[in-house]
Design a protein around this ligand. Structure first.
Ligand code: ADP
Ligand code: 5GP
Length: 198
C-alpha cells in the first residue's frame, strides 16, 4: 500500500491510548490522521460523532459488516467496535499516518490484512494503577469497569508474547511514554514531513 505506514495503538482500556494519540495529533498537525472507528457504545461526555467514533446502532453496524465494509470488527465489553475501509482510506488519501486505536482482537485481525502497520502496545504500570485511572476517568459503570479490567488482564499477558507488537510502552510517566512513542515513529514522521516540503 502506498504512503506512510499506519500505526496501531493497542493496550488495555485506561492505559492512556487516547491521551497519547491526542497529543500526537495536536503536536503533528498535517502528519497524523485518526482513523475513526464505529462503535455501538454510547458517547461519553465530550465525545463527538464522526470525530471520536461513528456512533451507530447494532443493526447499522451489522449491516456494514455483512456488506464487507469493515477491515476488522470485535465485541468488547458488551459493545461492537470496528474499523471501516472508508475510515482508513479517508486518512490515507490525505497522505497522513493513519492511527488506529484497537483492542487485541483488532490487532490479531489486522495482522491478516495487507495494512502493514507499526504495532504499538500501551500498557499501564500495574493493574491497580489501571483501575485507579479508569475510576478517576469516571466514564464507566461498575459493570463496564469490571469487564474492562478482565479484558485488561488478558491484554497485559498477551502483550508479553514476542512477535505481536513492535514495541510495548509502559505509560507510567506520561511525558516519558510520549517521548518513546515519538521515537518509534520518527522515521514515518520524517517521511511525511519531507513529502510535504517537495
Ligand atoms: P485509553 O484511551 O487507553 O482508554 P485514556 O487516554 O482515556 O486511556 O486514559 C485513561 C485515564 O488515565 C484518563 O483519565 C487519562 O487522563 C489518565 N492518564 C493517561 N496517562 C496517564 C499517566 N501517564 N499518568 C496518569 N494518568 C494518566
Ligand atoms: P472505548 O470504549 O474505551 O473507547 O474502547 C474500548 C476498547 O475498544 C479499547 O480497547 C479500544 O482500543 C477498542 N477499540 C476502539 N475502536 C476499535 C475498533 O475499531 N476495533 C477494535 N477491534 N477495537 C476498537
Amino acid at each position: 500500500m502506498a504512503g506512510p505506514r499506519p500505526v496501531v495503538l493497542s493496550g488495555p482500556s485506561g492505559a492512556g491510548k487516547s491521551t497519547l494519540l491526542k497529543k500526537l495529533l495536536k503536536d503533528y498537525e498535517g502528519v497524523f490522521g485518526f482513523c475513526v472507528s464505529h462503535t455501538t457504545r454510547n458517547p461519553r461526555p465530550g465525545e463527538e460523532d464522526g470525530k471520536d467514533y461513528h456512533f451507530v446502532s447494532r443493526e447499522t453496524m451489522q449491516q456494514g459488516i455483512n456488506n464487507g465494509e469493515f477491515i476488522e470488527n470485535a465485541e468488547f465489553s458488551g459493545n461492537m467496535y470496528g474499523t471501516s475501509k472508508a475510515s482508513v482510506e479517508d486518512v490515507q488519501a490525505q497522505n497522513l499516518i493513519c492511527i488506529l486505536d484497537v483492542d487485541i482482537q483488532g490487532v490479531k485481525n489486522i495482522k491478516k490484512t495487507d495494512l502493514n502497520p507499526i504495532y504499538v502496545s500501551i500498557q499501564p504500570p500495574s493493574i491497580e494503577i489501571l483501575e485507579k485511572r479508569l475510576r478517576d476517568r469516571q466514564t464507566e459503570t461498575e459493570e463496564s469497569l469490571q469487564k474492562r479490567l478482565e479484558a485488561a488482564r488478558l491484554d497485559m499477558e498477551l502483550s508479553k508474547e514476542p512477535g505481536i507488537f513492535d514495541i510495548v510502552i509502559i505509560n507510567d510517566d506520561l511525558e516519558e511514554a510520549y517521548e518513546k512513542l515519538k521515537e518509534v515513529l520518527t522515521e514515518e514522521i520524517k517521511k511525511v514531513q519531507e513529502s510535504k516540503k517537495s
